[in-house]
Every structure is written in structure tokens, then in C-alpha cells.
Design a protein around this ligand. Structure first.
Ligand code: ADP
Ligand code: MG
Ligand code: MG
Length: 885
């Protein structure tokens, strides 16, 4: 038979699924012999059944009553006893912590009779009536949805009538009157009296906690944190202890290390003569935990020793809630505590130093996401004033700029701007690209602004709902700002500041750049240590996507083992564009050969620099990929220029020829048009020129004593014949360049067909590199530029994806193509090298996928190289189902 209730002495910390985090940890502390008030946990099974059927499971109530009797025997007090009543708290507690999302009700067991018993036993009439009024308030709000302000209004009246500044100045008599008015509020809203049966109170409270699992804010929180909606919460019923019994009592929260910096020592807040929520509610001023050493030295010493034991038991930072009742310390909660990214690294390294965990485990305690956070520039907190307001941190970074209210202004602005809008839509795209950052007053993490900004790596704060955006101005908390005024936005914590807050480059980035050493800095030392270990255990290499020598050099400083993708198209831009125009407009072979001959030395020089920067490491050069019309002026612009010339009776000349070419080359779906290998096959000499430039650059480097290791990568192959044709031509060119080192030829796998026939393609390719952007677009059948702004927000809200498939690889669909291509490719050519060069190569979750899929390397932007290295090291030591929530 399923049991629905477990006593604290029966559970332990690994029963979170059944008992919830709070229940499992209360049980663990009980088991360790720590002073935990007696109690029991109603299981998540019971909650799920309740949520399913609408009523508590048969037998649950009897079990509750049974455990309650055991508790009464242990404590020597009886629930509902008019002389010496036992009081209970009823607390929610799910598997994953959901701070403040669900309900807790304190002081269950008080009624018109027991309140007098409590007053007599404690000789404290004021305390008893205060507890009773708190119960009616919490119970009314939680169980019967009585609006909280109704009670607050009554409380304010009572204070006013008594001329009392704070609640604690109300006398027993005044609190008794307040209980009377609270009961009226209760009756007015529920049509019934406040329950005098303590057993009914308990039952209703348990069920109310079950229901609070489905409260709107809890659902939203879970969606955001990706906590399954069907888990349900456990309910903890425990004996009340009282921190509000006078100056020898109090309540507090504590951390075993500083959750902000990771520094060792006990941190926390303590509030004398207070109960539960008073600490967090910030109603009264708390004191630092250290002051407890003077207020109550024995309790302080006991607390410190308990904290030490908890750290040993959990082998990690713990946070704690405790209460002191008349000098007696009680533990009310503990769990492995949340921490900042910096603290995560510092603590992981400390725990290794202390001999508590291994370096492998230390890697499990940090994440690529956290490292990414540490690599963003940040505001100098010391120099920042009060924020104007705080919104949803949607895309990290720290940006400063002048306010613009529409995209057109952002585009024409000369200095840095922040685009401020109620919300954004696809028409705002140019403005979003032009702006430093984006601030909106509506929408959450899946709004258009948030999704697009994250895709662009741009700072975004959204849903700052205190902003009133009007005509050319924005008001917030009494301040009015106009277009052109400078603001600063922090996409890591959602803060919005007036004026320019000084931006500090990340010290972790400065460390990777080699500008500072890790010596003497606990954070940098921890990062260094974990990176070294990650590199040591990783089986997946990390390369970088770098098109220039400068990018390549940075990637190398950041630890890249090669360039996995050098795009050659930038070598056709700027003042070289005219050469490309000549190539496109060439009317015969001669004209085309001349244009190509002019491009050759320029490309060769670019490659020479790149190979020098990556001397001794592989550099994978991708032959030209985008459609050629991207190198010509836009159709609209040319049409206007030609029309103007014709209207003035002038000869449009070159523009006329360009317009004809652009019209001829116009494509309805350029993404699926004449690009990649297709270009190389229809434009004679184009690929050959690029191959020659690579080979000659390599020969020159080798002659100069260097060790160039270029590879040639052919994009967008879908048929092995395409690759065979290009290969034959390339091999001919390579053979004709004296002194060139051996150069491998491989292909991108980015068309679904290529993944499916990877066995054939491997016959002509020495390596594969997955282009996961195109592969994702073509597998889903949507183009990133069109869809991200258009409907991804809606899809994310509907849960069609948990995360954009352009951010994290779609393991089921696109990932299946990757797995197929790996298997078939390696079957045909066992020494095939396989990498990935799409942006997914720098996404932590995707890196794990590529490790599992057996790739040799991932390639990502230079800035993300350390993140990918860390994740590559974490992959072999962390089970893929690991869950850090
Ligand atoms: P949350 O999950 O929101 O932190 P809790 O269940 O921890 O909610 O309850 C909130 C507060 O209520 C606790 O921090 C504690 O101060 C107080 N509380 C809970 N149970 C008891 C108890 N048995 N005795 C005294 N105070 C309690
Ligand atoms: Mg708590
Ligand atoms: Mg591509």
C-alpha cells in the first residue's frame, strides 16, 4: 500500500522526489541529530493524486492523524488542547526550490479556546493574541484567497487607533480586538466563520498547499526554470517554535559561505523577537549574523558548529533558516544554496583545496553558462547609483547609450543608443541591430525583444513595467527622461540606471587575454584551475570561427586548438567589392580571369596572415558561401539610382549594368538558391582562385619557416558528385603550386541530404564539419532571419520548443541527422575528422550533445572558446541527466 506520510526520522536527503527538497533536508537534519522541531512530511504522491482527482487520497488523513499522535507523544503537548496547545506550521516544499512561490501557514491550532491556553502557558497574552491574528491572516489569504490588503487595512486601522508606530507596539487587548475584526473580514469573504476545529484547520491547510502548486505565479516560475509542471509539492507539518517570545528569541537566515563571492565564513541576517517571514519581508532592520555572537554566544557557537557539519554532509555551500526560542536554537530548513557565478567557481576550488570534493566533481559544480556570465562586461557597482527601475534580465551585458524611441532614429544615430520601446516587432529589427541595447516595458524572456536580442548577443532588459513610455519621453518613479538622455541597462540583473554608469571589462576576459595573471585573485585562480582540469579530461577539442588574423590570435589566447571555420566572404568586401562587381559583370572569360587575378593576391595575403597567427594549428578555410548578389548594391537602391539618372536624361552607365545583373540574379529564396558549392560549379575559376590563394599562402609560410596547416572546406554539398567535381579541380591546382604542404579537403554537412548520404560523401571528404545553422534551418524548413522575430516568442510560450533551436541544438531532430552522418561517415572512412562550426559549437548544452555524438571538435566564436572548453571538460565527468536546479 502506498504511504502518504513519513516522519522526519524516516526520511533522508536523497528522497527529494518523494518528500520534496525541504522535507528531505529536514529529515536529513533530524537524522544527523540536529535540533529540528518534530514533524512529518505528506508526500508529493499525495499532492499529485489531489491535483489529479480534486480530493486527497483515501487514507491520507488517517495517516496524518496517526503521525500527529506520535508527535504529540514525543512533545508532550496535544493539538487543540485548551490548556497547553501544540501549534503547527504547514509548509510547502517541492523537489526544486521555488522561493516564495507556494504557501506556508504558521500557528495552525489556535482558536478562541487554545489562544487562552497559550497565553497562560507562556504568561504572554500579547504573544498569544498576536499569533492568533497572524494565523487568521495567513489562513484566510492562503486557504480562502481573502485579499491580503483587507487584513493590512485592518492592521493599519488598529495601529492608527492605538497611536502605535509599529505592530509590536500594539497591546494584548488591541490585538484581541484585531482578531475580532479579522474574523469579520474572514466571514465577509468566505461566508463562514474562521474554523474553530483545529483538525479542520490542519486538513484545509494541507490541501491549500497542494493547490498552491498550481498558482499562476508558480506555473510561470516553473515554465521559466524548466521545472516539470506535473511534479507536485510535498507538505511539511511541524511543531511551531517561536522567535517572537522576546529579546532572547529571534529568527534568521544564514549561509555557510558568502553566496556572492564564495568567501569562507558564516554570512546571514538575524532579527530579534521576530517570526518567520519578518526577516525576509524587510519590515524591521536585521543585524548581521556576526552580532548573534554578542546577543546569544552559546546559540551562535552551536549554529556555527551545525553549519560546519551541514557543509561536510552536503559537501557544498548550504543555506539555513533558524529560529531561537528563549535561548534554544532550532533548525527550520537547509539546502544546497544558490550562489553567484563567481562564487560557484571560488567555492568549487575551495572544496577541492579542503579535500571535500575531487576536481572532477568541481567541474560539475560550475557551468559554461556561469563562465559566460563572468565574461560579460559589467557595470562598476560601486560607481552606480540607485537604479531607476528593474525589469526582466533577458540578454546579458552592460550597455550605455542615448535613448531613442524608434528604430529609424536608432539607425541614423551617430553615437551609441539604447532602443526604448513598449515592445518590439519585426519592423524594429534594423534599429535593434544598430542599438547597443534594448529596453522594453512589456513582455518577458520569450518576447520578441528578448528572443532577437539573445540571438544577436545584445544587451536586453524587457518587461520593465514601471516605465511609462509616452510621446518622446519616458517616466519612471517620478523621473522623466527624453530622447537623447543617456541611460545604462544591465541585462544580467535587469537594472536600469539614469546616466552613464562606468563599464568595467570582465577580469576573467582580461585573464584569458593574458593582461592579468590569476595570482592572488581567488576567482581567477579558481577559473584557471578548473580550466586546466577541463582541458585535461576533455576528449572534444575546441576550435574557433575566425576570419581574420586578429580574431585567430585572440582565439589562440583563449585556448583554441585551431580555426574550425574561416569564412572567406569578408575578403570580398570593402574596397574589394568593385573586383567582385567586375567578376559578376564580366562578359567573357578574359574579363572574368582578370577580375579573379586581381582578387588572388589579396586573398593570398589574408591567408598568409591567418596561417601565421595559427602557426602549427589547423585552419579550416571555407570556400565562398553566400549568394553573389550579396556583394552588389540592393535592388531598390539601384532601381532608384537608375530611375533618377533616366529622369534627368543621363546615362545610368555602370549602375544600369549592375541593375541588370541584380535583376538577373534575384532569388525568391536566396538561402536555398545559388550559393556554396553551387557557385563554385557555375562560376568558372572562382574556387580555383581561392584554392590557389590558400596553397600559395601556405607555400610562402612554409618557405619562411612556418608550419601552416590549412584545410579546404566546401560548403553546402548535397551530392557526392558536387564534391568530387570540386575536389578534382582543387587537386589539380594544389599540385601546380610548388612548396605547398599537404592540404586536406573536406566538406560541410549542412544540407539534410548530405547527412543522409554521409557514407558516400565521406568517400570524397577527409573531414566533415556540421554547419548546424543551415542544417537547423533546412531540417525545420524555416529561415532564421524570418522566423526568430516573427513567431519564436509564441512558440516558446506555447512550449513548442523549450529553447530556440538556433540557441541549443535540437537533439531529437537535427541531432538525429548529426548522429546518422557521424555513423555513416565513419563507417565509410574510419579516420574521418568530424567537427561542428555552427554557432551551436559555443552553446553549453549543445557542446555536451556533440561530445555524446562522438565529434572530434567544436568550433565557435573566439569569445566563447573558454566556455566550450569548460563544457567539453564537463561532458565526460557529468552524467547527461545532471540537474543543477
Ligand atoms: P519558504 O519556502 O517560502 O521559505 P518556509 O516553509 O520555509 O517557506 O516558511 C517560511 C518561514 O516560516 C520560515 O523561514 C520560518 O521562519 C517560518 N516557519 C516555518 N515553520 C516554522 C516552525 N515550525 N516554527 C517557526 N517558524 C516556522
Ligand atoms: Mg524557507
Ligand atoms: Mg551554411
Amino acid at each position: 500500500m502506498t504511504r502518504f506520510v513519513y516522519d522526519f526520522v524516516e526520511g533522508h536527503k536523497d528522497l527529494k522526489d518523494l518528500l520534496g527538497g525541504k522535507g528531505a533536508n529536514l529529515a536529513e537534519m533530524t537524522r544527523m541529530g540536529l535540533p529540528v522541531p518534530p514533524g512529518f512530511t505528506v508526500t508529493t504522491d499525495a499532492c499529485r493524486e489531489y491535483l489529479h482527482t480534486g480530493s486527497a487520497p483515501a487514507g491520507m488523513l488517517a495517516e496524518v492523524e496517526h503521525h500527529l499522535r506520535m508527535m504529540q507523544n514525543q512533545i508532550g503537548k496535544t493539538f487543540g488542547d485548551s490548556d497547553d496547545p501544540l501549534l503547527l506550521s504547514v509548509r510547502s516544499g517541492a523537489k526544486f526550490s521555488m522561493p516564495g512561490m507556494m504557501e506556508t501557514i504558521l500557528d495552525i491550532g489556535l482558536n478562541d479556546t487554545t489562544v487562552a491556553g497559550l497565553a497562560r502557558r507562556t504568561s504572554d497574552e500579547r504573544f498569544a493574541w498576536d499569533s492568533y491574528r497572524r494565523l487568521i491572516q495567513m489562513f484566510g489569504r492562503t486557504v480562502f484567497d481573502v485579499p491580503a490588503d483587507e487584513f493590512e487595512t485592518e492592521l493599519a486601522h488598529a495601529r492608527h487607533a492605538a497611536g502605535a508606530g509599529t505592530d509590536s507596539q500594539l497591546t494584548a487587548g488591541q490585538l484581541q480586538d484585531l482578531v475580532h475584526s479579522y474574523k469579520k473580514v474572514f466571514h465577509a469573504h468566505t461566508g463562514r466563520d474562521f474554523p474553530q476545529s483545529v483538525h479542520e484547520q490542519l486538513f484545509l491547510a494541507i490541501v491549500a498547499v497542494f493547490r498552491s502548486w498550481n498558482a499562476e505565479r508558480a506555473r510561470v516560475y516553473r515554465r521559466k526554470e524548466r521545472i516539470p509542471q506535473e511534479l507536485g509539492t510535498a507538505v511539511n507539518v511541524m511543531a511551531m517554535v517561536f522567535g517572537n517570545r522576546g529579546q532572547n528569541s529571534g529568527t534568521g537566515v544564514a549561509f555557510t559561505r558568502d553566496p556572492a563571492t564564495g568567501r569562507r565564513g558564516a554570512y546571514g541576517d538575524y532579527l530579534r523577537n521576530a517570526q518567520g517571514e519578518d526577516v525576509v519581508a524587510g519590515i524591521r532592520n536585521t543585524v548581521g549574523l556576526a552580532e548573534l555572537a554578542t546577543i546569544d554566544p552559546p546559540s551562535y557557537r552551536q549554529l556555527l558548529s551545525i553549519m560546519q557539519r551541514l557543509e561536510q554532509r552536503y559537501r557544498d555551500l548550504c543555506d539555513i533558516e533558524f529560529t531561537i526560542e528563549n535561548g534554544k536554537l532550532w533548525m527550520l530548513q537547509t539546502r544546497v544554496g544558490k550562489r553567484t557565478p563567481a562564487a560557484a567557481f571560488v567555492i568549487a576550488a575551495q572544496l577541492v583545496d579542503e579535500g571535500t570534493i575531487t576536481l572532477d566533481e568541481a567541474l560539475q559544480r560550475v557551468s559554461g553558462e556561469q563562465l559566460a556570465q563572468l565574461m560579460f562586461p559589467s557595470f562598476d557597482e560601486a560607481a552606480a547609483h540607485e537604479p531607476l527601475t528593474t525589469g526582466v534580465p533577458a540578454s546579458p551585458g552592460a550597455s550605455v547609450g542615448a535613448i531613442v524611441f524608434d528604430s529609424a532614429q536608432a539607425v541614423v544615430a551617430t553615437g551609441p543608443v539604447i532602443l526604448v520601446r513598449r515592445e518590439t516587432n519585426p519592423d524594429d529589427l534594423p534599429g535593434m541591430i544598430a542599438a547597443q541595447g534594448i529596453l522594453t516595458s512589456r513582455g518577458g524572456k520569450t518576447s520578441h525583444a528578448a528572443v532577437v536580442a539573445r540571438g544577436m548577443g545584445k544587451t536586453c532588459v524587457c518587461g520593465a513595467d514601471e516605465l511609462r513610455i509616452g510621446d518622446g519621453e519616458v517616466t519612471v518613479n517620478g523621473h522623466t527622461l527624453h530622447a537623447g538622455d543617456i541611460i545604462s541597462i544591465d541585462g544580467t540583473n535587469g537594472r536600469v540606471y539614469a546616466g552613464a554608469v562606468p563599464v568595467r571589462p570582465s577580469k576573467v576576459v582580461r585573464y584569458f587575454e593574458g593582461e592579468v595573471t590569476a595570482h592572488g585573485d581567488p576567482l581567477l585562480a579558481a577559473v584557471e584551475r578548473l580550466m586546466i582540469h577541463a582541458d585535461h579530461v576533455a576528449t572534444l577539442d575546441v576550435h574557433a570561427n575566425a576570419d581574420t588574423a586578429a580574431d585567430a590570435a585572440r582565439a589562440r589566447r583563449f585556448g583554441a586548438g585551431g580555426v574550425g571555420l574561416c569564412r572567406t566572404e569578408h575578403m570580398f568586401l570593402g574596397d574589394r567589392r568593385v573586383l567582385v562587381e567586375r567578376l559578376i559583370l564580366a562578359e567573357d572569360d578574359d574579363g572574368r580571369d582578370q577580375a579573379l587575378a586581381a582578387l588572388l593576391p589579396l586573398q593570398r595575403a589574408d591567408f598568409e596572415q591567418l596561417f601565421a597567427a595559427m602557426d602549427g594549428l589547423p585552419v579550416t578555410v571555407r570556400l565562398i558561401d553566400p549568394p553573389l548578389h550579396e556583394f552588389l548594391p540592393p535592388l531598390e537602391e539601384l532601381t532608384a539610382r537608375v530611375a533618377r539618372a533616366e529622369a534627368l536624361g543621363e546615362d545610368p552607365g555602370h549602375d544600369g549594368a549592375l541593375l541588370t545583373a541584380v535583376r538577373r540574379m534575384h532569388e525568391a529564396n536566396p538561402m536555398l538558391g545559388l550559393r556554396g558549392v553551387r557557385l563554385g560549379l557555375v562560376i568558372p575559376g572562382l574556387f580555383a582562385m581561392q584554392v590557389r590563394a590558400i596553397a600559395e599562402a601556405a607555400a610562402a609560410r612554409a618557405a619562411a619557416g612556418g608550419d601552416p596547416q590549412p584545410e579546404i572546406m566546401v560548403p553546402l554539398v548535397g551530392a557526392v558528385q558536387e564534391l568530387e567535381t570540386v575536389r578534382a579541380e582543387a587537386e589539380g591546382v594544389l599540385a601546380s603550386v610548388p612548396g605547398a604542404p599537404p592540404i586536406r579537403i573536406g566538406t560541410m554537412i549542412e544540407v539534410p541530404r548530405a547527412a543522409l548520404i554521409a557514407g558516400q560523401i565521406a568517400g570524397a571528404a577527409e573531414f566533415f564539419s556540421f554547419g548546424t545553422n543551415d542544417l537547423t534551418q533546412m531540417t525545420w524548413g524555416f529561415s532564421r532571419d524570418d522566423v526568430e522575430g516573427a513567431f519564436f516568442g509564441r512558440y516558446l510560450d506555447l512550449g513548442i520548443f523549450g529553447v530556440s533551436p538556433f540557441e541549443t541544438i535540437d537533439a531529437e531532430g537535427v541531432g538525429e541527422l548529426v548522429r546518422i552522418a557521424v555513423t555513416r561517415g565513419r563507417a565509410a572512412r574510419p579516420d574521418l575528422t568530424i567537427g561542428v562550426c555552427g554557432e551551436h559549437g559555443g552553446d553549453p548544452a549543445s557542446v555536451r550533445f556533440f561530445h555524446d555524438a562522438g565529434l572530434d571538435y567544436v568550433s565557435c566564436s573566439p569569445f566563447r572558446v573558454p566556455i566550450a572548453r569548460l563544457e567539453a571538460g564537463r561532458a565526460p565527468v557529468t552524467a547527461s541527466s545532471s540537474d543543477s536546479r
